[in-house]
Design a protein around this ligand. Structure first.
Ligand code: CP
Ligand code: NVA
Length: 339
């Protein structure tokens, strides 16, 4: 394993990490996963404590941090969206200094990236981004580990196509990680949902170094052709108002991941195509939101059809498990548990 020292670093966006550092964290996650499966203890951070601040809800990210902290031998405190003073009765800067005096690491899930950047600025211990409006970097490591498990360790030259709302945390983050790791990234959606110009330009610079390409297209045939990964996410993200559903459905419906999109990809890759989604997903009527949208708009499946979601090509639950192994790697590396 390449020896990279990330001790003391914040983990706020993959923009801040080199390809070598990103690959190191994925290698470490694979190693920690193997150790966990073999029942080999890896509690190298015994005696330390971490705190999780969640201003938005979560299943995967929260559970991943908690299980990973436990496996590494650490204590873990969870602050729910209404359970702390942060932002309401105490500033982010003051909260950072208070928590850094009690804990060895701080996770934050919430709204603007600026908030997690401020936490990091005022905290003397590592801060980890568990999702902001702009980025979701821990999800990227899980997705890359899952892709390695599907296609082998060298991801360079694969094509990942992201369909749907590409201008939010998932689209932005996937474009960044693909650009850094040499994966050809395509955003296949209406032009009003392309990632912003500044980020696209920045990613094109990284892509020059890694050999990746960055493509933005409204054409589903072009977008899906030769895609090894078809990726999507919800059309309305946490914190966005219900009023945007009507417009999202109207504009993004052509970019739903369905049998046709998967067939275009699968035929051109000779079967080497998988479906990915960070989850949670609206693929059936099993959710309150899914049922409400159906009653109002008559659409029973949203960003992905149930058929694709449940198909053999879907690796969404492998991704979900890999959240834990990769979040463990981030904490382990930035707290020095790997040294
Ligand atoms: N993918 C993801 O972040 O899931 P949660 O919202 O459940 O944490
Ligand atoms: N874009 C989604 C991702 C959830 C993991 C959201 O922000 O709600």
């Amino acid at each position: 394993m390449a020896k990279v020292n990330l001790k003391g670093r914040d983990f706020l966006t993959l923009k801040d990490f080199t390809p070598e550092e990103i690959n190191y964290m994925i290698d470490l996650a694979a190693d920690l996963k193997a150790r966990k499966k073999a029942g080999i203890a890896h509690d190298t951070l015994r005696g330390k404590n971490v705190v999780l601040i969640f201003e938005k809800t979560s299943t995967r990210t929260r559970c991943s941090f908690e299980v990973a902290a436990h496996d590494l031998g650490m204590g873990c405190t969870y602050l729910d969206p209404s359970g702390s003073q942060i932002g309401k009765k105490e500033s982010t800067a003051d909260t950072a200094r208070v928590l850094a005096g009690m804990f060895e690491g701080i996770e934050y899930r919430g709204f603007e990236q600026e908030i997690v950047e401020t936490l990091a600025k005022y905290s003397k211990v590592p801060v980890w981004n568990g999702l902001t409006n702009e980025y979701h970097p821990t999800q990227m490591l899980a997705d890359m580990l899952t892709m390695r498990e599907c296609f082998g360790n060298d991801l360079r030259g694969l094509k990942l196509t992201y369909m749907g709302d590409a201008r939010y945390n998932m689209g932005n983050s996937l474009m960044i990680v693909c650009a850094k790791l040499g994966i050809n990234f395509t955003a296949c959606t209406d032009h009003t949902y392309f990632p912003n110009d500044e980020l696209v330009a920045q990613c094109k610079e990284w892509a020059k170094e890694s050999g990746a390409t960055i493509t933005l297209t409204e054409d589903v045939e072009e977008g899906c052709k030769n895609a090894n990964v078809i990726y999507t996410d919800v059309w309305v993200s946490m914190g966005e108002p219900d009023e945007v559903w009507a417009e999202r459905i109207r504009v993004l419906k052509p970019y739903q991941v369905n049998r046709k999109a998967m067939e275009i990809a699968t035929k051109s890759t000779g079967g080497k195509t998988v479906f990915m989604h960070c989850l949670p997903a609206y693929h059936d009527q099993g959710t309150g939101v899914g049922r409400a949208v159906y009653e109002k708009f008559g659409l029973s499946e949203l960003e992905v059809t149930d058929e694709v979601f449940e198909s053999e090509q879907s690796v969404v639950f492998e991704e979900a498990e890999n959240r834990m192994h990769t979040i463990k790697a981030v904490m382990c590396a930035t707290l020095g548990g790997d040294q």
